[in-house]
Write a protein that binds this ligand. Structure first.
Ligand code: TYM
Length: 380
């Protein structure tokens, strides 16, 4: 068991105080530097809020992806979801960024739904339930606005034919001792989950397999998924593919004190299907950087650096950098109180959810177009 507050970041557990600089060192990734941002801007014209505000903070081989793009080579994007329940705002933050990349680089996107993984790690889950969540969560993916002609959602359970030939080729190069060391599996782990890392690695190479050419792949995701990419990168050259590149984001916090947004704490988590007034209630109960009384706050000011409400403005709900910095100064000086910020955030979140839910409902009519079926020719 990890000591209280010790940093733990695995695909299945994120806890403790997260030190992102230490994670870069520990995982052996590269920081996103100012010169790299400038380079991205050359291609995109403007920097997405999530780059400007360093929500995406680390990468592997992003520079190589840009080198190849500059030389006229296209790359594909790959991201995913473990469908174990409703999607929350934390999940969609990297998806919004992925859509920006799809638009700016005109890239295909492979989107994996690991219904098998969720079945394998949750003893109480039925396979049926996991697959049902795949189709439910796919509506949230579609509501983000990905281009249906360029986006391929893969259910591991239902679209295994696309993945399996790649997964076995990958699996042959991974030993049990490697996955034990990387993921902490034990002798008591079920053999399905021991094989699963080969399945999560497979979509990195679908485009290469389908076209018979080496196609670079870029994976935007939070850094918890990184262990999978270490394995995929080790195996890639053995299969004569490019090592998949990554761009990693930080964890979007929940509305409570500390900790990432997690469905296991529903009161501090805004689900994309929450009725707007439910989200509003959660926001009114959120942890802020305010003082115990309005009087104290007017005199001493608040602390936006620990305030979840301020973080939500920064992550998603205040696009304008100047307005954000004004909000921070007014909080510090005591000019505005937590109630003012909560009210403003509630309004924006309610509007955002209403719009997302409208698009989500509309997506029901076209969701089949997003699933992969036989649109990818298989060259096995
Ligand atoms: P899952 O369902 O745990 O998470 C889906 C995506 O959301 C990211 N994420 C977060 N990002 C910011 N803040 C948070 N609080 C937060 N919580 C989760 C995750 O990093 C992920 O990007 N095994 C994967 C599914 C998967 C996948 C992939 C993910 C398959 N292939 C390729 C990313 C890329 C999973 O269970 O994700």
């Amino acid at each position: 068991m990890a000591e209280e507050n010790e940093m733990v970041v695995t695909p299945w557990e994120v806890s403790g105080e997260i030190d992102y600089d230490r994670l870069i060192e520990k995982f052996g990734t590269e920081p996103i530097t100012d010169p790299l941002l400038e380079r991205i801007k050359k291609f995109t014209g403007e920097l997405h809020l999530q780059l400007r505000r360093r929500i995406f903070f680390s990468h592997r081989d992003l520079d190589l992806i840009l080198d190849m793009y500059e030389a006229g080579r296209k790359f594909v994007l790959y991201t995913g979801r473990g469908p174990s329940g409703p999607v929350h705002i934390g999940h969609i933050v990297p998806w919004i960024f992925t859509k920006y990349l799809q638009d700016k680089f005109d890239a295909k996107l492979y989107f994996q739904m690991t219904d098998d993984e969720k079945f394998l790690i949750h003893p109480e889950f039925t396979l049926r339930k996991a697959v049902d969540w795949t189709y439910d969560n796919a509506l949230d993916v579609a509501a983000i606005g990905f281009d249906p002609k360029k986006t391929f959602i893969i259910s591991d359970v239902n679209n295994i034919k696309i993945l399996y030939s790649l997964a076995v080729k990958i699996a042959r190069h991974i030993t049990v001792s490697t996955v034990k060391a990387v993921f902490g599996f034990e002798d008591s782990s079920n053999i399905g989950i021991v094989f699963f890392p080969a399945l999560q690695a497979a979509p990195c190479f679908i485009e290469s397999m389908a076209t018979g050419e080496k196609v670079p792949c870029l994976i935007p995701a939070a850094i918890d998924q990184d262990p999978y990419w270490r394995i995929a990168r080790d195996v890639a050259p053995k299969l004569e593919y490019y090592k998949p590149a990554q761009i990693h984001c930080k964890f979007i916090p929940g509305l409570g004190k500390g900790g990432k947004m997690s469905a296991s704490m529903p009161e501090t988590c805004i689900f994309m299907t929450d009725p707007p007034e439910v989200a509003e209630r959660k926001i009114w109960n959120a942890f802020t950087g305010g003082k115990p009384t309005a009087r104290e706050q007017r005199i001493e000011g608040g602390d936006p650096t620990i305030c979840t409400i301020f973080q939500y403005f920064s992550l998603l709900f205040e696009e304008d950098d100047k307005a954000l910095s004004e909000l921070s100064s007014k909080c510090r000086s005591g000019e505005i109180l937590c109630g003012d910020c909560k009210e403003k955030l509630s309004e924006r979140v309610k509007r955002f959810l209403t719009e997302h839910q409208r698009r989500r409902e509309k997506a029901r009519n076209i969701i089949d177009q997003y699933f992969i079926d036989d649109r990818v020719p298989s060259r096995i």
